[in-house]
Design a protein around this ligand. Sequence first.
Ligand code: NDP
Ligand code: TDO
Length: 291
Amino acid sequence: MRAIIERAQAYPDIEIVAIGRPKLDLGHPETIESAVSALEPDLIVSAAAFTAVDQAESEETLATIINGEAAGVLAYTASRLDIPIIHLSTDYVFDGQKSDAYTEKDHVAPLGAYGRSKLAGERAVAFATENHTILRTAWVHSPFGKNFLKTMLRLAGDRDTINVVADQYGTPTSALDIADAILKVASNLFHSDNDAMRGIFHLTNSGKASWADFAETIFDVSERAGGPCAKVHRISSADYPTPAKRPANSVLDCHKLAITHGVHMQDWRTAAECVVKYVLNRQNVKKECGE
Ligand SMILES: NC(=O)C1=CN([C@@H]2O[C@H](COP(=O)(O)OP(=O)(O)OC[C@H]3O[C@@H](n4cnc5c(N)ncnc54)[C@H](OP(=O)(O)O)[C@@H]3O)[C@@H](O)[C@H]2O)C=CC1
Ligand SMILES: Cc1cn([C@H]2C[C@H](O)[C@@H](COP(=O)(O)OP(=O)(O)O[C@H]3O[C@@H](C)C(=O)[C@@H](O)[C@H]3O)O2)c(=O)[nH]c1=O
């Protein structure tokens, strides 16, 4: 959300109204319709979620209310207001068994509670309104909030070596690039009734990495910029037990989004470099990661 607000500054004709806790608690879906309708939006971006992947294993009921039921009520609200909804989903709807990149047509089979709850959300959104665009993204990093990139920089502050799994593949994706894509898709939905612009789309930076590759890139950039760095000890998932199982491969094929919405995403390393520099330098985001 912070990234969308940051990027929307380039669109003076767009007014973003962010609504979340405490005004709107998705854990109480019955409060959503009136709270959102009162804002009289022209489009809804549904980005809030229960994102604690491991915690979701022990709190699946709450995760399913927030990521599943509440997503459906938001979409139902959009339908009642006769406006489009853009809903964010995840690569963790896949089981990771495919060797190539996943397309939107591939079979979904989440490995854990978070993925199941997000899949429930996708289905609830599609059931509530045809006027939806679901954007499945992955491995999000950002100058804002908590994420893997910032965790690595923090851990490097007091460790020489960090163990990082090297057998899970995906695509690190900048929240700033996601925000730009959302703004472009929103503009397309405003200006076209084309059914092809609705449905499910994959949205990540381009390329492929393991979490260990991602960590090494973060430290390469950080070291060159005079920031913290650590040696990455590449380990297997078996050596990093977590409550939730993650997919071994969740690289997403983003051609459909490029062809239909004209969204072309940059390479993940370039995107990660600008976010690391932004985090280290605390400079104006436009200077490091300008549009
Ligand atoms: N992070 C990632 O790697 C990925 C994320 N996604 C999806 O992208 C979207 C954005 O994720 P991201 O920005 O990383 O998530 P964050 O965890 O950074 O932020 C989640 C947001 O949801 C809000 N939220 C959580 N619970 C509630 C609730 N009960 N009521 C109202 N608001 C709530 C949080 O509010 P508060 O500040 O009050 O806690 C926070 O603003 C989500 O739909 C997520 O599933 C998809 C793929 C990868
Ligand atoms: C912190 C850390 C994690 N890891 C591993 C654990 C895990 O397999 C992988 C990523 O760990 P994290 O817990 O940071 O990331 P995780 O919560 O799995 O990230 C996911 O979040 C949700 C919201 C999504 O939708 C996904 O696309 C994905 O981004 O890295 C290490 O190997 N070493 C470490 O020091």
